[in-house]
Design a binder for this molecule. Structure first.
Ligand SMILES: [Fe+2]
Length: 245
């Protein structure tokens, strides 16, 4: 049985990323995929990128990776702060990231994207109407296979869940570094026969990992990060005062 870990929305939170990668290694998952939003919000976008590049077999682009690396002369002071932490070489790498990851697991086509098969910014929640959720199985208009996914997985909303809809499986990996459901880092573990077209047993599991939130806040303070109070509140309560993923 092959084990594939899916992580997403790290948002520059190094203690959370390290805790998740340690748990993934302990469970013996060989392959780690990352669904984007490596940066923004937290202080360690540079280190998060470096660690993800070392450990992940594939990485796709999120909305924060997109706008932080594309905004040439950012007006917002917060955005400029994050850009200066990340630096040019890493921003080039963010701009080069693909949009989808696809593979076959125990005879099922798995498609992973950041927010939807259409855009890094289209936000779909587990409580949205069935048509909206079903649209997440559709083929992506730009790249990827031209067939619906059997298993579709995404990040972006920072709310982990699994649903079976009309014979297909939809999941959200939740957020490693800025969850909005529980103040524990989140990821998904898939098990099955990787690359095999023949139907075979497979499983999906939502995993939660406690991590040192105090350290995450101390690192943000030491780095002189803007919006520190708000950030600390988000990590401790798993809630935003304003909606922004
Ligand atoms: Fe995010």
């Amino acid at each position: 049985m092959d084990k594939i870990a899916v992580i997403s929305d790290i948002h520059g939170n190094l203690p959370a990323l390290e805790a998740v990668l340690e748990d993934i290694a302990e469970r013996g998952a060989e392959t780690v995929y990352c669904l984007g939003d490596l940066i923004g919000k937290g202080p360690s976008g540079d280190k998060a990128i470096d660690l993800v590049r070392r450990r992940c077999a594939a990485v796709i682009r999120g909305n924060w990776d997109d706008f932080v690396s594309r905004e040439a002369e950012a007006e917002s002071e917060v955005l400029r702060w994050h850009q200066s932490v990340i630096g040019e070489e890493r921003m080039d790498w963010l701009r080069s990231l693909p949009f989808v990851i696809e593979f076959v697991l125990s005879g099922r086509l798995v498609r992973l994207f950041h927010a939807s098969p259409r855009s890094v910014c289209e936000r779909i929640q587990p409580w949205d109407g069935q048509n909206r959720r079903m649209s997440l199985f559709e083929p992506p208009p730009h790249g990827g296979m031209n067939v619906p996914a059997d298993i579709a997985g995404y990040g972006d909303i920072h709310n982990a869940y699994v649903q079976h809809l009309d014979g297909r499986t939809l999941f959200n990996a939740g957020s490693v570094g800025n969850p909005l459901d529980l103040p524990n880092a989140s990821y998904v573990l898939l098990e099955g026969k990787f690359g095999s077209e023949a139907p075979a047993p497979w499983s999906i599991r939502l995993v939660r990992v406690p991590y040192d939130i105090g350290r995450a806040i101390r690192e943000a303070k030491a780095a002189g990060m803007p919006n520190l109070a708000e950030y600390g509140r988000e990590l401790r309560t798993a809630r935003y005062r304003h909606a922004s993923g």
